[in-house]
Design a protein around this ligand. Structure first.
Ligand SMILES: C[S@@+](CC[C@H](N)C(=O)[O-])C[C@H]1O[C@@H](n2cnc3c(N)ncnc32)[C@H](O)[C@@H]1O
Length: 277
């Protein structure tokens, strides 16, 4: 596994986390001025990963890679334990898998943080989690397309869904989704595969993806929901294109919710939509 050590001014760190798309980082040193942190990737991914990091730093206008080294795989699992803090997204609280939530104000979702998207830190995940209580009813069947850690499906099950299926093209995500389902003691089926391979119709379909994936597969996604389709992962003016796709597929918009990328960029909004047929 490849470890990259990076530095960024403290006031830009949150922006980095958002641009890093909710994937995990290990904080090494943090004071009022600077944050030094490590990020990890598989050896085979190191070249595109380095390029991606440099692009983010260039985008933000600050931050850099200061060192790199190869480390053993298992270290990643351990470092998370020191750095994962509970995230409150009412009605849920996202906690690391080794913690026990003793309160009754929130519904806990345990996430064993690995390397998949869906730690609960990203606005796109938080938007869907916050919409779930309104649209998931006791006994509903739910499909999560592009499940990452499985966080949305786990949330749906805890709200009373009777059957939750999830799918992802990433093997690692499916592995992590299965572990997280087990840790949360929920019946969530996690299947490796792409959107075109999905079968069946569900009351509610959740899809936190990206505009290029919606562009390619919108019709395939739409045919699997009966009551509600909850979409997320739409950034800034991609909104118009998504709404056009929905219109072309005769969907009726019933709710639109957005959340800024960060406090520093309140105008950079992530959008979520709920559609009916
Ligand atoms: C933005 S993440 C969402 C993760 C999680 N559902 C959440 O809300 O935090 C999108 C996920 O979609 C998966 N994905 C991308 N293309 C896909 C496809 N064609 N079929 C199924 N999953 C796909 C990615 O591997 C990734 O895990």
């Amino acid at each position: 596994m490849k470890k990259f050590i990076c530095e960024i001014p403290e006031d830009k760190f949150e922006i980095f986390l958002v641009e890093f798309n909710g994937y995990g980082v290990e904080v090494l040193e943090r004071d009022n001025q600077n944050v030094k942190f490590a990020v990890y990737t598989e050896k085979e991914e190191e070249i595109p990963f380095r390029e991606g990091l440099n692009c983010i730093f260039e985008d933000i206008g600050e931050g850099k890679i200061v060192d790199e080294e190869y480390v053993e795989d298992r270290i990643w699992e351990e470092v998370w334990k020191e750095d994962f803090k509970p995230i409150k997204v009412p009605p849920f609280i996202i906690i690391p898998e080794w913690e026990i939530y003793k309160g009754d104000e929130f519904i806990p979702i345990k996430i064993k943080v690995g390397m998949s998207f869906g730690t609960g830190m990203h606005a796109t995940t938080q938007l869907v989690l916050s919409l779930l209580p309104k649209y998931i009813k006791e006994g509903n069947t739910v499909l999560d397309v592009g499940c990452g850690t499985g966080i949305l499906g786990i949330g749906a099950f805890k709200l009373g869904a009777s059957k939750v299926d999830t799918v992802d093209i990433d093997e690692k995500a499916i592995e992590e989704c299965k572990i997280n389902a087990w840790e949360n003691e929920v019946k969530v089926q996690c299947k490796l595969g792409s959107i075109e391979q999905i079968e069946g119709v569900y009351d509610v379909v959740l899809a936190n993806l990206q505009i290029d994936i919606f562009r390619k597969y919108f019709k395939d996604i739409v045919k699997h929901f009966d009551k509600y389709l909850i979409i997320s992962g739409i950034f800034k003016n991609e909104k118009d294109e998504l709404l056009k796709l929905a219109e072309e597929n005769n969907l009726k918009l019933i709710e639109h919710k957005s959340k800024p990328e960060s406090e520093e960029k309140p105008e950079d909004l992530w959008h979520s939509f709920v559609f009916e047929k």
